[in-house]
Design a protein around this ligand. Sequence first.
Ligand SMILES: Nc1nc2c(ncn2[C@@H]2O[C@H](COP(=O)(O)OP(=O)(O)OP(=O)(O)O)[C@@H](O)[C@H]2O)c(=O)[nH]1
Ligand SMILES: [Mg+2]
Length: 434
Amino acid sequence: MSLIEDEPQTVQAEPIRLLTRVICPHCWETFPPEQVLWISEHVELLGDSMLGPERQQRFLPSRFTVGGDAIDARGMTCRNLACPHCHLAIPRALLEMEPLFFSILGSPASGKSYFLTTMTWQLRQILPMQFHVAFTDADPTANRLLNAWEESLFLNAEESHPIPLGNLIRKTELQGELYDTVAYGQQTVSYPRPFLFTVRPQKGHAHADSGRLARMLCLYDNAGEHFQPGQDTTSSPVTRHLAHSRAVMFLFDPTQDPRFRAACRGSSTFSDGMAQNAGRLSRQETVLNEAAARIRRHAGLPHSAPYDRPLIVVLSKLDEWNHLLDTDRDGDHWRTQGGVTGIDMDHIEHLSELLRRILLHYCPETVAAADAFAKDVTYIAISSLGSKVARDPSSSLPSIRPAEIQPISVTAPLLYCLTRTSSRLIPRFVKKGR
Ligand SMILES: Nc1nc2c(ncn2[C@@H]2O[C@H](COP(=O)(O)OP(=O)(O)OP(=O)(O)O)[C@@H](O)[C@H]2O)c(=O)[nH]1
Ligand SMILES: [Mg+2]
């Protein structure tokens, strides 16, 4: 037996490198980090000029603890930061990490909320296990609702009972919990609440030491109505994130298109209820056209210039029209070679070409709208639920047993966006010679 005497370990504080310019994920204004406000802690400092009497006062501090935290007017140590423009809370990591905005758009009931929820749930496992990238809530309070939806789908106590789909995740409201209201004098503005995640290389990643690759991922769950003309206003700038997005994911729901519906799985689960609940069998390309116009307007892009960032057309509810994809779709959208895991671009591009042809056959105007807007369009098919959606005989509503939810390719669109944004963070394999 040998005696081991460890030296006491000291924790080395790494120097914090602040960004020169911070973008607020609530109001999208930029500011230098030294202008960031602190949120007071003392109960007597209740009431903020912009957020109302029930929120703690925001302030620019003049006193700090030795640890660098601000001290409020009543001597309490403060820990939380706020944007100097809208006064809404922002995570500290936002001062150090570049934000990465990706927008998800689509008509009402196209499957955006289900897609967002199943995608983030799976990314929590796939990013660390396959890519050695940590994916964590940057602000658990801000992500509370999304976490509750994840629990409703994947940690449901009633997992072996059929539950109507509309009860697992409800339609995204146009007001309420998902929004924050700020008063700029007489003008009140309602901002959509962002879901914030930190994405950073960890042990095992080729650039594990490079803090510069870390990003703050900012996602939003809009109601489909927000993408209809006239729904984004000064008092409700619900889709302004589009202009900051590094990539746009447009959800196209084949079950909402009459031509596609005729070819869907006997339209069994969708025959009468769902698409009509969605309000209309919509012309979905109008949603894309409207989003394109907003991006041009807010990003100052001339009408003649094509959008130069990736546009991903995500064809949702694949479980309903799987049979149209006459191909061996097995296999992941990533592969490992020489000890490195990366996105399999051949696999993604091959499927994209197939899907484009299918869409061109049923809905040529959607392909035309995508081509007219962006020069870099990729088509990816997903199902948030898998093949076990069925009409519950007792309620006759489309339902699923949570234990049987098996999402298909839901992480592919975001992993593709990530590799297109930074191939050092998420590598990709392309054909030789390209
Ligand atoms: N079969 C099938 N149905 C799905 C899938 N994803 C969503 N749905 C159905 O589509 C409905 C709408 O999905 P949501 O995710 O709420 O749609 P949304 O785009 O967020 O809708 P809004 O919030 O109104 O904009 C759900 O209630 C489900 O019934 C899927 O992968 N397969
Ligand atoms: Mg929704």
